[in-house]
Design a protein around this ligand. Structure first.
Ligand SMILES: [Fe+2]
Length: 129
């Protein structure tokens, strides 16, 4: 369990983990996406949630749906209470992994999905935090 205080939870997808985020204080712009495909350079994603959420709201990610999330504080400070479980598949080569992406630099696909480039942590924080 973690607490989180920042301007944003930068846009990222996950591997082999689930998490849940209870908004305790403030309002956040919450965007989530299904992860459709992953390459070494991109994630192919489809937006599932794009809304402002207030205290008491709960969002979650899993391998099956809403795997990618991006939360931006509209009020500062905003606080979330996070529960994270890793190592869902014990046969996986990693306990978990996180893929930072650049949805604003992505290419919209004809089927409505978005091909978003992957970013280093440094570049992702510089652009989105
Ligand atoms: Fe996350």
């Amino acid at each position: 369990m973690l607490g989180h205080q920042s301007r944003a939870i930068i846009p990222h997808g996950h591997h082999n983990m689930i998490s849940a985020h209870l908004l305790l204080k403030g309002e956040m712009h919450v965007r989530q996406y299904d992860l459709l495909d992953k390459t070494s350079g991109h994630l192919l994603i489809r937006k599932t949630i794009d809304e402002a959420q207030g205290p008491g709201s709960l969002s979650s990610i899993s391998p099956d749906r809403d795997n990618v999330h991006w939360l931006v504080a509209l009020d500062k400070p905003a606080y979330t209470f996070d529960v994270i479980i890793t190592g869902l598949n014990t046969q996986s080569d990693t306990d978990f992994d996180i893929y930072n992406i650049d949805p604003e630099g992505g290419e919209h696909q004809i089927d409505g999905s978005l091909l978003a480039p992957r970013l280093s942590v440094k570049d992702a924080l510089a652009k989105y935090d």
